[in-house]
Design a protein around this ligand. Structure first.
Ligand code: OOG
Ligand code: MG
Length: 257
């Protein structure tokens, strides 16, 4: 089993927007460490091609998300500059079967590393928090995967949008934030900040610990998407998605073919 061969195969599907079979079916002995290695190798290739590493995303940090995909532990992925949407228009071109989900994004202003990081450490290293939407797009058929598959596919990362409004971490009780997602005017998902490991700050704590075991860390200036607050919803051409983040603002995405 050659990890570079598997990484290249996944990367081809990420670029061509053609779905693929799970890697765990063909390589049953592949480990979670291998999967993170594949993720890193593919990120390195994008950086060699001129992209920029802007931060991390946590995934499967809420029960709603874990249950919807049948994987019961958090994962992380790598965010690149090219994934950030510059406006509230989502283009389906280049995507397979995208889903969108509401999240909070932390902007960090200090390095965070180690196995003993606390919530207090994270608050002190947080410049601010932004309401966000993540667009995920698993490259696997039917959005169906195991833990190892999804990690190798960079935790289904595709795109993300950050509201241009950043709140000081102590401005709000993030676990109490009510989030409502409407599809074409109808409420389809509702959740609360506490859905994310009790408080989104804990997602960042968890990330630092997970990174530590691979000798990695959060660097100043990076953003962290803390994970879907509700289940993700599938979108199609001409859909309108409005996400209201309590009194923090709203994001209105329109989907274009
Ligand atoms: C995996 C990515 C999960 C989240 O916020 O929970 C994720 C997936 O559901 O495809 O981004
Ligand atoms: Mg997500």
């Amino acid at each position: 089993m050659n990890l570079n061969v598997i990484a290249n195969e996944i990367r081809r599907h990420q670029k061509s927007a053609v779905e693929m079979d799970k890697i765990t079916t063909r390589y049953p002995s592949i480990t979670i460490e291998d999967a993170y290695k594949i993720q890193e190798m593919n990120t390195e290739k994008e950086l060699d091609d001129g992209d920029q590493f802007v931060g991390w995303k946590m995934g499967l940090t809420s029960l709603a998300k874990q249950q919807s995909v049948g994987v019961n532990q958090p994962i992380y992925g790598r965010l690149l500059k090219s994934m950030e949407m510059s406006n509230e228009e989502l283009y389906l071109q280049g995507l397979i079967h995208p889903r969108v989900e509401p999240e909070f994004a932390f902007l960090m202003n200090k390095k965070l590393a180690g196995n003993h990081v606390t919530e207090q450490d994270v608050w002190e290293a947080t410049e601010g928090i932004m309401p966000a939407i993540e667009v995920i797009d698993s490259r696997y058929k039917d959005f169906s995967f195991n833990l190892v598959d999804v990690v190798a596919d960079n935790a289904s990362s595709a795109q993300f949008f950050l509201l241009k409004q950043i709140y000081a971490p102590n401005k709000f009780q993030w676990e109490k934030a009510m989030v409502r997602m409407k599809l074409n005017g109808r409420v389809v998902q509702e959740g609360k900040g506490s859905a994310v490991l009790g408080n989104p700050v804990r997602s960042v704590v968890e990330l630092v610990k997970m990174l530590h075991s691979s000798g990695l860390s959060i660097e100043p200036g990076m953003i962290v998407l803390t994970g879907g607050i509700t289940e993700a919803i599938h979108v199609s051409s001409r859909d309108s998605i409005e996400v209201e983040f309590d009194q923090l603002g709203q994001i209105h995405l329109t989907v274009q073919s």
